[in-house]
Write a protein that binds this ligand. Sequence first.
Ligand code: ATP
Ligand code: MG
Length: 215
Amino acid sequence: MAAARLGIMGGTFDPIHYGHLVTAEAARVEFRLDVVVFVPSGIPPHKKPYDVSPAEDRYLMTVLATATNPYFKVSRIEMEREGPSYTVDTIREFASRLGPGIQLFFITGADATLEIVTWKDSDELLRQCSFIAATRPGYQREKIEEEVTRIKDRCPNGIYILEVPALAISSTDIRRRVREGKPIKYLVPESVESYIFKAGLYKVSNSAQALACET
Ligand code: ATP
Ligand code: MG
């Protein structure tokens, strides 16, 4: 039997948006993945805790956003692990739980893919998975190809560029829009939009939140 092909999409998902969802679905179809697992980070290593919404809120939004796609799943693996969320620990855990009959595809935006070499235990990480780097059609294609070629030798299972349309959406922009009272309709699924307003996320600026944390 052919090895099962598992896509892994890590992120802060604060909040999850259509850029993430379109990318995951395009990767699933293009690379014939059996499942794509979204992995909301617990404590992101590069962000201060008060910058990020509670993991439970980010997890619930990810569950809501993926509920209509039978091939999408959400994992609590990073939320339940103590300390900062390092991708290599997550991949190690997936690999050991699932055994050798599985091929792992790590899906990221192209900018994030090129940073992987700076992540914890990057050599091990690069050995464990295939990589899918999502980019906008035509966007800095040459530069991305050049950089991918540079790290290719360290990725025995392959590193691939995937062109995905409509990628200008970012969580940072969505948080700013909510703070400024601007609409986020059609940038996130309606269920996520409702959750953001119900839970009162992103209403105060990060600096005000930080101040509140300190007092
Ligand atoms: P933030 O603006 O807070 O950094 P983000 O929109 O980049 O948020 P993350 O949760 O940081 O979202 O990203 C998770 C993964 O999704 C990363 O690999 C990132 O490169 C990728 N990604 C983010 N936005 C998009 C998008 N519009 N299209 C495709 N991939 C994306
Ligand atoms: Mg980001």
